[in-house]
Design a protein around this ligand. Structure first.
Ligand code: BGC
Length: 763
């Protein structure tokens, strides 16, 4: 009886419900109506005001500073502020916006690049973990902390593919590979934005820098780029697209030009590609003074270039105030249209709507959250674990590592006793007073049975000026003005009285990152002299290498028994280094950018094209084949390389079927055995080569990876699926296609040491 009644009720009410459903506006319709209403009340000045992004008062990455910010907010001349933090300050600025005529809330941005106050390792280091859930969690924690401190918009992820380690900004990205770079881009966007942008602990992501910024000529920052469409579509563009497909709410334009037109004014890039081809629905901001820099690029005066940028598709003007000061006049002169201003304004208002700022402009201004959710013990614990997963063991002869917890360790080098150098570039929010130096961290992790003694050993760089440039933004590295030989001699004495030497050498954190390009990417000479002297003591030497980029380490590889690359590992780096040096954690990081033998080989990357005269297995040197007279073509360390305290042995690679058809999948399988004495993690990598194509194809392309953990003696089977979709590429007509024919699949521990099988794609 009951059942019948229910059925009756359902049939009766369904039509009514269906009718109601039809008239209920969708979220998108609600947003459109709200914004149309608001825009109908806005003056041209107020609309242009929304396109203006200002700094919180201090110049961060350029010479320009925003002035009169409060007055401008009150007049409705500001759409957003960046680099202003804390709920108190953000509330104050938002309150001023709430007193403006239309009470449009501001958006608050910052470069939250690798964590917030809980600073994680630099992005290039995070990439070396090859662990997407770990990376996503770092972004999730960053968003939780940043939103607890008032922010709602992050200028991250930076997904610029980079193959020139002279460029300092390689530190901020994921390295040289489009496949890995795309996976990381997606993980970061998911981490920041979560499933609900309106939640109080998620923030809008701004993927940057569209596009090709990582290909700056000669690795000199802000330099021009010039690239074929083949390379662009197949290699450099995929990570940006992956971030956009993952839902990134905004995009930042790059400084460089593309095909002769600076990105900020490049209509092909920002409208044809980004909007029409990729279907991007968010808003586009210029980079710092990117609009006014178009003047220096030679595109005209500020009024002209502001019009060009708007028309190309740059919606927001960061710091230049070219839009604020010239667009109205350009509108009068018919150089821009009100429709163009409206489009940009709408997109920015939509972002604010999606964040829920119109419902509650103060939703991120909770002092309670700021005290409870930032730098929590759990976050710090996770930062420490994360750092240990990013370190790359480059060499470990005679099991020099791990260190034993006994005797005396001499910790020597200019990077051993500095706190501010630990977190890495773009750690603007790190509280340096809480960051342990390596000396402190190592002492804590070592425990009572070890004596740690320290000497400076050398300056960072012999040239005092260059040391100042390399330690910008208040990075404090002790400097000793005694003669070099005296400083070294003192350290040698300390080393002689110890059992093992840990040399903390390499780059200071500000020797990579923005505006930190180098032509010599080796360890600075004065430090190298120290290293040579330490080696001469005959004591085992472990090089703990601080680096924001691949460095040239040919001499070190030949002479130093153990090298652990620790990049810049965030606020807990020091303890994490201790964890790995003493073997509490077995290193598992693998490099995501090739380390060249010397600078002359650059650009050097694993996924290169074949050339008509490949050296192949011919001896070096072979005349009339593609090689150098003075160095082999090989990298020092190939992409994907990294050792462990244990060893892994790979079985043969088996393929389920040598023929692949569209719509089907085949699998390649291998076994990996932990053949050493320590438990460890291994990143098993799959590469594919298309042997015959209508365009030249790379000799290998990463197409899959799995991180597995193995106990000593344990064997695991690793299987990768291969489908036709994975074989697609952009052909010379820029069509994304696969081509029938012969392929090779390679599986191995890095891009060089692989085992291969053949298969065919049949259509
Ligand atoms: C950098 C951007 C950064 C911006 C704001 C620029 O100089 O290129 O990556 O987001 O400054 O700080």
């Amino acid at each position: 009886m009951k059942k019948i009644i229910i059925a009756f009720v359902v049939t009766l009410t369904l039509p009514v419900f269906a009718q109601q459903k039809k008239s209920v506006p969708t979220e998108k319709q609600k947003m459109n109506t709200f914004i149309s209403n608001l825009m109908s009340k806005m003056t041209v000045d107020e609309k242009i005001g929304q396109l203006n992004l200002v700094t919180g008062g201090e110049a961060t990455t350029g010479a320009a500073v925003s002035t009169g910010v409060e007055t401008k907010i009150a007049k409705g001349n500001v759409g957003g502020i960046f680099s202003l933090t804390t709920p108190q300050k953000i509330r104050k600025a938002q309150e001023i916006a709430m007193r403006s005529r239309l009470k449009i809330p501001l958006i608050f941005g910052q470069d939250v690049i690798h964590g917030y106050k809980t600073t994680f390792p630099i992005p290039l280091a995070l990439a070396a973990s090859w662990d997407m859930s770990l990376i996503e969690k770092t972004a999730r924690i960053a968003a939780t902390e940043a939103t607890a401190d008032g922010l709602n918009w992050t200028f991250s992820p930076m997904v610029d593919l980079a193959r020139d380690p002279r460029w300092g900004r390689v530190a901020e990205g994921s390295g040289e590979d489009p496949f890995l770079g795309s996976a990381i881009a997606k993980a970061m966007v998911k981490g920041y934005q979560g499933n609900d942008l309106k939640a109080i602990n998620t923030m809008m992501s701004c993927v940057k820098h569209l596009a090709l910024y990582g290909a700056a000529e000669a690795g000199r920052d802000y330099n021009t780029t010039d690239m074929s469409f083949d390379r662009m579509y197949n290699e450099y563009l995929p990570p940006y697209k992956a971030a956009i497909d993952a839902g990134a709410g905004s995009v930042m334009v790059s400084f460089n030009d593309i095909n002769g037109v600076p990105a900020t004014a490049n209509k092909w890039l920002l409208t044809d590609l980004l909007r029409k081809e990729w279907g991007f629905k968010g808003f586009v901001t210029a980079d710092y003074t990117g609009v006014s820099e178009l003047v220096a690029h030679g595109l005209g005066d500020l009024k002209t270039v502001s019009g060009l940028a708007l028309k190309a598709g740059t919606d927001m003007d960061m710091v230049s105030e070219g839009y604020l000061t010239t667009l109205k006049q350009s509108l009068k002169e018919g150089k821009v249209t009100i429709a163009q201003i409206n489009t940009a304004c709408r997109l920015i208002l939509e972002a604010k709507y999606k964040l829920g700022l119109f419902d509650d402009p103060f939703k991120y201004c909770s002092e309670d959250r700021a005290t409870k959710e930032i730098l929590t013990p759990e976050n710090l614990k996770f930062a420490r674990e994360t750092a240990t997963k990013t370190f790359v063991l480059l060499k470990n002869e005679k099991q020099t590592l791990p260190l034993q917890r006994k005797g005396t360790i001499a910790l020597i080098g200019p990077l051993a006793n500095t706190a501010s150098n630990m977190p890495g570039t773009w750690s603007v929010n790190a509280d340096m007073s809480k960051v342990p130096t390596l000396l402190q961290g190592l002492t804590e992790v070592a425990g009572d049975k070890v004596k740690i003694v320290h000497a400076l050993g050398s300056n960072l760089i012999a040239d005092a000026n260059q040391q100042i440039w390399g330690t910008a933004h208040g990075r404090d590295i002790p400097r000793d003005n005694r003669p070099e030989s005296e400083i070294i001699a003192e350290a040698v004495k300390v080393a002689e009285n110890s059992d093992v030497v840990v040399a903390a050498l390499g780059e200071a954190s500000e020797m990579s990152g923005e505006s930190s390009s180098r032509t010599d990417i080796g360890i600075p000479d004065t430090q190298k002299k120290l290293l040579a002297a330490l080696l001469q003591t005959g004591k085992p030497v472990v090089l703990v290498l601080f680096a924001g980029r691949p460095m040239t380490l040919t001499w070190e590889q030949a002479n130093v028994p153990a090298i652990l690359n620790v990049w810049f590992g965030g606020v807990e780096a020091a303890k994490a280094i201790g964890d790995v040096l003493f073997g509490d954690v077995n290193p598992s990081g693998k490099i995501t950018m090739t380390f060249p033998q010397n600078v002359g080989q650059i650009p050097l990357y694993y996924a290169h094209k074949m050339t008509g005269r490949p050296l192949g297995d011919r001896p070096w040197y072979s005349r009339f084949w593609s090689n150098y007279l003075d160095v082999t073509n090989d990298p020092l360390y190939p992409f994907g390389y990294g050792l462990s305290y244990t060893t892994f042995s790979y079985g043969n690679v088996k393929i389920s079927n040598n023929t692949l058809k569209p719509g089907q999948q085949i699998t390649v399988t291998t076994t990996v055995t932990n053949s050493g004495a320590h438990a460890g993690e291994e990143v098993v990598q799959l590469y594919i080569r298309d042997l015959v194509g209508s365009s030249t194809r790379p000799v290998k392309e990463l197409k899959g990876f799995q991180k597995i953990s193995l106990k000593p003696g344990e064997t695991k089977t690793v299987t990768f699926a291969i489908t036709e979709e994975m074989l697609r590429f952009y052909n010379s007509q820029l069509k994304f296609v696969s081509e029938a024919g012969d392929f090779k699949a390679f599986v191995g521990t890095n891009s060089r040491d692989v085992k291969e099988v053949d298969f065919k794609l049949v259509k």
